[in-house]
Structure formats: structure tokens, C-alpha cells
Write a protein that binds this ligand. Structure first.
Ligand SMILES: Cc1cc2nc3c(=O)[nH]c(=O)nc-3n(C[C@H](O)[C@H](O)[C@H](O)COP(=O)(O)OP(=O)(O)OC[C@H]3O[C@@H](n4cnc5c(N)ncnc54)[C@H](O)[C@@H]3O)c2cc1C
Length: 543
């Protein structure tokens, strides 16, 4: 009989249709799954995210055993520092000479697999494509590189044509339009009560990992209770059905809304399941399409939802692999301020910020508008160090993996659109300004009439003087005077601070800290006072 092989399954590869499993043979090969400290710690992942993934991994391992696979499963308390430690134990035990693995979603790990693992493990490493995505990285590269304007909207149309989703027999989009964005801008008025995500009582497996996470990460950011995530494919399917039945019909209308009384509105809360492999993205889109064809959900809702998965999700993934590894080092707006402590503590008088952080701490979830318009825009305005804000987003959300988080953070929040970099342009995206102008958001008052406070300084932030953005570092001084960096005009270094996530608050009193406090004061002013006081506080913004 041929020598056995090892098949490594990562925590976000919990799909029975994975390419490495399809390639393997249960009679010959061994599956390896491992909970390792190194993967929990390289950023301080939210405790609920860790518990979710470990519980889902343990259930998946059990399912594979039932399907006839031999599985070597290493738990966190077996103290393997990294994946190669665990793999070495299995390789020695099995005599395997080859490792099969589906490509990981992170450049760091892929590089290590290619360059270090063969030597470390003493066997060949065969990396297979991740076929759970609808567009291969090569196809995305071909598409992007031969286009003058590789915009998401055009990519999305290509994907609609390729999959036939929401297309008629003549190859035209159903309803005669590709995009129903204009219909999807309603202010949330509370008329349709949001159903919230489906919640599950944790069975013995999540209960076990919850105890483990409590013991192992006692001081880490993130509530473990209440724990209601799906941790099996069946439960994730039930979550999808719940969304399709109860939330999808309103998804489009309130897609861009925010309400301080509700953490989920009509969002799917499915990204952690899709990204971990418990739900298949194409099947999710097809199920949504069926709801339209059966007249159970309107086209603006279904198209809006499918666009997020078929369009945005695939687009950001293509972008990530196209632009790494340089992308990760991008900081063209020279943002260097430390992440304010309230991103961890939630202790700020900016209510929409404290609400977003509270939801994040409680659920390892915040919906897109909170991530983009609240914590994201504030980070841009304050000029938060790109690496720090990237690591924050990567740590705190249950759906966060670098391939999806980084392009969202860099491209959408910090205005470092990689495709623009590709073309050596330095522009801020006008679509964002349009979204800000029409945002039907409620910031400080539930169902009141106020604008979200971050709007005013952001609108003042745009558009940047084009000359200043064109050629850094020659125009570095211009960049420094732009937007958030105007706040640093005194040129003082904020100085070292202790990280709030590690147990202490940022000491007050430094220039930068006072400015953050000024921003908070301003944020909480009545709307009528904001423009004049804003002109003082955001000097370079309120021109
Ligand atoms: C700064 C920032 C960081 C983000 N980090 C992540 C991340 O780490 N992981 C992640 O999955 N999403 C991320 N997003 C995108 C988006 O916010 C989440 O996908 C969404 O909030 C997940 O909640 P949901 O399932 O309720 O989504 P819905 O609003 O119900 O959307 C449906 C699905 O579309 C997909 N989707 C929607 N928007 C995006 C997008 N911009 N990029 C990729 N997929 C999208 C998701 O799979 C989501 O489940 C980030 C956005 C921003 C602005």
C-alpha cells in the first residue's frame, strides 16, 4: 500500500468538499487538526472567536471520523506552539512523506508552507487551490490587470454572468438593472422589527471550549457568554434559513441603516460561518436567489445581498492575493497615532462608538456600517496607525481572516485602495463621499433627526487637494497637513503608551490624547454647535 499522507485542515476550512479531502483517501491518509497557541496569539483574537472556531473544529473532526477518516486532533491544552509542532507529531507517528493542504487564507502562512515547512517537516508539501471561492486568484489577476478601472461593480457583473445568478435567458440582469443600490437607503424607522440572528444553546462541545478559553485567556478582550453561534454545518444551515425567512425581505431597504437599539438589524450574521467553511458561498447566493424567484423576497433585497457575497467578498479576496505582501505595509497617508484605548474599553462619550465597541465585545460582531462608518471613519480621521487598526479588526471579529479583513481595512477605511496603488494614483474614493452624504444614520439619538457626528469632519476631509496626494514622499509635508494629520501639525510624537487591551488605560495628558478628548467633546455637542466648534477642533478639516 502507498505511504500514508497527512491532510492538514485549518480552522477556517471546515467543509467536507475541501480540495484536500477530495484529493485524499480515508483508507490511506490521516487528517490533522490542531488548536495551537501561536494562531490564537499573533493578534489577541476575541475569546468568542476562539471558542467558536475550536467548537466548530471539534465537531468537524467528529464528523470526519464518522465518515471514515482517521483524525489526529490536538487540543490547546496539549500545548503545541504552532501547526508544524502538531504536524511533526503526526508525521513521526504515521511515517507520512507528503502533506496535502488546501491553500490558507493568509499570505504569512502560505509563505511558511512553501518555504519552511518542507524542511521543518521532512516531507513534501502539496498546496491545493481553495475551490470554495467562486473566482480563482489567477482569474482575478487576469481580470484586474487588463482593466483601466478594475472596479468592484464591473467585477460583480462579470461574476453574475459567470454564475448566471439573477440573470435571464438572454444574459441580461433580472429586473433590467445590475444594481438596486438606490432603493437600499432607507432610514430605519422601527416599523419592521429586526429578527436578530438564530441563537443556539451550546452543547457539550462548545461548553468545553468555553471553559478552556476562560481558563486560558482570562484577561483577553471579548465576552464568552452568552454563546449562541452555530458550530456545525446543520446549525449554520438553520441560521441561513432563519435569515432568508425573516431578515432577507428587508435586507436591501435597511442595508445602510444604523440603530442604537439593535446590533444586527436585517444583516445575515453569516460571515463567520461562510468564512469558516460551514456555509458554501455559492449555495448561500443560490438560496437567496430562490427566495426572489418564489416571490418571497424583493429583488432589491436579494440583489443587494448577493452582491455582497458574489461581488465584494470575491473582489476583496482577489485584491488581497494580487497585492500582497507589499499591501500589508501600505501607509501612504502616514497615519501613526496609537489606537485610542476606547477601541478596547468602549469608554467614550461618542455613543455610536461605544455602542459599536460594546456589540463587538459582546458578539465578536458589528455590522458593516458600524465597522465602516463608525470605528473605521474615526480611525481614518484620527490618523490611527494602519497596522494597529488592521490588527484590531483582525482580532475582534469572529469572521476576521487577513484575506478579507485587510483589504476592507486598508481599502475601505484607510483609503489605501490597492488597485489605485497598482496604478500609482493617489486618490480618495468619491463613492465614499456619496455614501456619507446620503447616510440615513442615527448616531446619538434613537430615531432622532441627527446626522451621525462623524459625517461633518469627514465631509470636510474630502476631497483632498489632489496635488498633495499625487507624489509622496516628495509632497510628504502636504500629506502631513491633510485630514487627520492636521491634528498632528504641532509635530509632536504621541510617545509610547501602554496598550489598553493589556490592562491599562492610555495615560491622559499628552497632546494627542487631549485631541482625542477634544474630538469626543465635539462629537457630543448639539448638532447646531458642531460646525463652529468643529472649525476649531478639526482645523485642517473644516476648510
Ligand atoms: C474595516 C472593515 C473590516 C471588515 N472585516 C471583515 C472581516 O474580517 N471578515 C469579513 O467577513 N468581513 C469583513 N468586513 C466586511 C463586512 O463588514 C462583513 O462581512 C459583514 O459585516 C459581516 O456581517 P453579516 O454576515 O451580517 O453581513 P451582511 O451584511 O449580511 O452581508 C452578507 C455577506 O456578504 C459578505 N460581505 C458583505 N460585505 C463584505 C465586504 N465588504 N467584504 C467581504 N465580504 C462582505 C459577507 O460574507 C456577509 O456575510 C469588514 C468591513 C470593514 C469596513
Amino acid at each position: 500500500m502507498a505511504a500514508p499522507r497527512l491532510i492538514l485542515i485549518l480552522g477556517d476550512q471546515l467543509s467536507p468538499h475541501l480540495s484536500s479531502l477530495a484529493e485524499g483517501d480515508p483508507a490511506r491518509d490521516r487528517v490533522v487538526m490542531a488548536e495551537v497557541a501561536g494562531e490564537c496569539d499573533y493578534v489577541p483574537h476575541h475569546r468568542k472567536k476562539i471558542a467558536f472556531l475550536f467548537a466548530a473544529m471539534r465537531h468537524f473532526a467528529e464528523r470526519l471520523r464518522q465518515d471514515g477518516w482517521r483524525v489526529d486532533y490536538y487540543t490547546l491544552d496539549q500545548d503545541h506552539q504552532d501547526l508544524t509542532d502538531a504536524l511533526l507529531a503526526s508525521r513521526r507517528d504515521s511515517g507520512a512523506r507528503q502533506l496535502l493542504v488546501t491553500a490558507p487564507g493568509e499570505w504569512r502562512l502560505l509563505e511558511a508552507m512553501k518555504r519552511q515547512w518542507p524542511q521543518k517537516l521532512g516531507c513534501t508539501v502539496r498546496i491545493l487551490d481553495d475551490r470554495r471561492f467562486l473566482c480563482t486568484t489567477e482569474a482575478f489577476r487576469d481580470w484586474a490587470e487588463c482593466r483601466k478601472q478594475p472596479r468592484m461593480e464591473y467585477f460583480y457583473r462579470t461574476m453574475r454572468r459567470a454564475t448566471g445568478l439573477l440573470m435571464d435567458a438572454d444574459g441580461q440582469p433580472l429586473g433590467g438593472r445590475w444594481n438596486f443600490d438606490k432603493e437600499n437607503r432607507k432610514r430605519f424607522d422601527g416599523e419592521a422589527p429586526p429578527p436578530g440572528p438564530k441563537r443556539f444553546n451550546p452543547d457539550a462541545t462548545p461548553r468545553e471550549v468555553l471553559e478552556l478559553a476562560e481558563a486560558r485567556f482570562p484577561d483577553r478582550f471579548g465576552d464568552l457568554q452568552p454563546f449562541w453561534f452555530a458550530v456545525t454545518e446543520e446549525q449554520a444551515q438553520a441560521s441561513l434559513s432563519h435569515f432568508l425567512d425573516h431578515a432577507l425581505p428587508h435586507f436591501g431597504d435597511y442595508q445602510d441603516a444604523m440603530d442604537s437599539g439593535d446590533d444586527f438589524l436585517f444583516h445575515g450574521v453569516l460571515s463567520q460561518y461562510i468564512n469558516a467553511g460551514l456555509l458554501d458561498p455559492l449555495a448561500v447566493c443560490e438560496a437567496a436567489e430562490q427566495r426572489y424567484l418564489q416571490d418571497k423576497a424583493p429583488l432589491n433585497a436579494v440583489e443587494g445581498f448577493i452582491r455582497q457575497i458574489l461581488g465584494w467578498r470575491e473582489y476583496v479576496r482577489g485584491l488581497y492575493w494580487l497585492l500582497m505582501p507589499d499591501y500589508r505595509e501600505e501607509n501612504r497617508l502616514a497615519s501613526h497615532r496609537d489606537l485610542p484605548w476606547f477601541y478596547w474599553s468602549g469608554e467614550t462619550r461618542m455613543r455610536c462608538v461605544s455602542e459599536a465597541v460594546r456589540a463587538t465585545r459582546e458578539h465578536a460582531y458589528a455590522h458593516h456600517i458600524q465597522r465602516l462608518m463608525v470605528t473605521g471613519n474615526l480611525a481614518l480621521l484620527l490618523g490611527v496607525d494602519v497596522k494597529q487598526i488592521h490588527e484590531w479588526y483582525l482580532a475582534v471579529y469572529a469572521d476576521a481572516y487577513e484575506w478579507v479583513e485587510l483589504p476592507n481595512t486598508l481599502g475601505m477605511v484607510m483609503r489605501l485602495s490597492g488597485l489605485q496603488a497598482l496604478r500609482r494614483q493617489r486618490q480618495i474614493h468619491p463613492a465614499h463621499v456619496r455614501l456619507l452624504r446620503r447616510l440615513p444614520l442615527q448616531g446619538e439619538q434613537r430615531r432622532g433627526r441627527q446626522q451621525l457626528p462623524v459625517q461633518q469632519p469627514l465631509l470636510a476631509f474630502y476631497p483632498p487637494p489632489p496635488a498633495a496626494l499625487r507624489e509622496a514622499p516628495a509632497h510628504e509635508h502636504d500629506l502631513q497637513s491633510l485630514g487627520p494629520h492636521g491634528l498632528e501639525q504641532a509635530g509632536r510624537d504621541p510617545g509610547p503608551r501602554r496598550h489598553p487591551a493589556r490592562g491599562s488605560r492610555t495615560p491622559l495628558g499628552s497632546l494627542s490624547e487631549l485631541r482625542i478628548r477634544d474630538a469626543e467633546q465635539w462629537w457630543c455637542l448639539p448638532g447646531s454647535l458642531k460646525p463652529s466648534v468643529g472649525a476649531l477642533i478639526w482645523p485642517s478639516l473644516a476648510k
